[in-house]
Design a protein around this ligand. Structure first.
Ligand code: NIG
Ligand code: FE
Length: 412
């Protein structure tokens, strides 16, 4: 089935095939065509251009989108959207003065989510996760990475990854699964941390690899969580099972995790709220994508990732939501893009590049997602009537999405 969209006010993020990411000053450029058309056939983009050059075609459907713009769906490369219940009490505790770290130290935080997950069946977990997935699809996300990391036992991690696998099968949205057994140290291993690391390497990883449940390996490399040398050990074990690293680093402290990630060919290093000149230097010359998570900074009132320093150093930058029950209970990429502009001084062009093509790169999906390109998936957002694409971050908090298409199918 062929559908022709006509009179598009502006078709945004058009790229040649083969462009997998944009870096440094290239991020300020967002290629568009005004007064344009787009043709999709089944799940793929097959043509686009200026209305003046509209070819003679006989589509099954014509949709006139006068006044509206079309851009690729968001590529959210970092989420934890499979989780049980909520952490609303911790939210209130933080309002009353406790910090995220203090809550974690008294057994809350990730370990709180782990105990909730333990009491939740796989079916119930699936039902909860699917609501969140459907919500982000309606909000314009067309590719998403989802992590485990609230199981922290062989059974718990497998349960989470099987839920992600079921979501992959049930939904057309592209989903990548990341194994994050090293998210926090379970209390019973307090005095025997190496035993937990051995459990990850010798039991969890082989079981996950056997069922082919993960695409990537992650570690929360942070003071109070996992050290740089533990992170290296776990990344290397993951690599030996074919899982490329994508790691949590520099959220609260800079301890050398970025260098470890780069040395192990990490696809991305995520958070980076605290960044040293040596960290930036390690990223220059690497193929590793830095990923900022501004909703997390907003929600925890911690520093924002220094986007300007990263981009001015010639590096690429991706934006993701970090959707999770503790530090970012939101998967709204429209808010992420707006917050990056408002708080991180990214221009609308940079933020849209970061949330589309660069986000796709951070999931190894930029050959099929992240731009309007012939042959890529027909994944796009049709906006309401807007004055310019800069209105997307400008009118933050307003829903400017008219409809969303994923693999050629209307979502909302
Ligand atoms: O990316 N920092 C580590 N992990 C998550 C938070 C997890 C949680 O609090 O449940 C994050 O912010
Ligand atoms: Fe995270």
């Amino acid at each position: 089935m062929t559908t022709l969209f006509t009179n598009i006010k502006e078709l945004i993020q058009i790229r040649e095939a083969g462009i997998t990411k944009v870096s440094g000053s290239e991020m300020a450029v967002l290629p568009t065509i005004q007064n344009s058309f787009l043709v999709i056939e089944n799940d793929l983009i097959i043509d686009f251009g200026a209305m003046d050059d509209l070819p003679e075609i006989n589509p099954d459907n014509i949709v006139d989108v006068s006044g509206k713009m079309i851009l690729p769906t968001w590529c959210d490369s970092h989420t934890h959207l499979v989780y049980a219940g909520n952490r609303i009490q911790e939210f209130v505790d933080r309002i009353n003065g406790l910090s995220y770290e203090q809550i974690a130290q008294r057994g809350g935080g990730i370990l709180n989510s782990a105990s909730k997950l333990k009491q939740t069946s796989e079916d119930d977990l699936y039902e909860q996760a699917k609501e969140r997935l459907e919500e982000i699809m309606r909000l314009g996300t067309g590719a998403v990475e989802i992590k485990s990391g609230y199981g922290l036992t062989v059974d718990g991690e497998l349960k989470m990854l099987r839920v992600i696998q079921r979501l992959k099968t049930a939904y057309s949205i592209a989903i990548k699964a990341t194994f994050l057994g090293a998210h926090a140290l379970p209390a019973i291993y307090k005095n025997s941390r190496e035993e937990y690391i051995e459990l990850i390497i010798n039991e969890m990883l082989p079981a996950i690899a056997k069922e082919e449940l993960a695409d990537f390996i992650d570690v929360f490399c942070e003071t109070g969580y996992f050290t740089v040398s533990e992170t290296e050990q776990i990344m290397q074990a993951g690599i030996s099972f074919g899982l490329q690293p994508k790691i949590h680093v520099n959220q609260f402290t800079a301890i050398g995790g970025i260098q470890a990630g780069v040395n192990n060919n990490a696809l991305s290093v995520d958070h980076l709220e605290v960044l040293t000149p040596a960290d930036i230097e390690a990223l220059v010359k690497s193929q590793t994508m830095p990923v900022a998570l501004p909703s997390c900074s907003y929600y925890l009132s911690i520093p924002y990732t220094p986007a300007r320093e990263i981009i001015n150093a010639g590096l690429p930058l991706a934006l993701a939501s970090d959707h999770n029950p503790g530090s970012t209970p939101s998967g709204n990429m429209n808010f992420v893009v707006a917050t990056a502009c408002i708080k991180m001084k990214m221009t609308p062009e940079e933020a849209i590049n970061a949330a589309t093509i660069n986000g796709a790169y951070a999931m190894n999906l930029s050959n099929t997602h992240g731009s309007i390109t012939i042959g890529k998936k027909a994944n796009f957002i049709i906006t309401k009537s807007i004055a310019s694409y800069a209105q997307l971050p400008y009118s933050f908090g307003t829903n400017l999405i008219d409809s969303v298409f994923i693999e050629g199918k209307l979502i909302s």
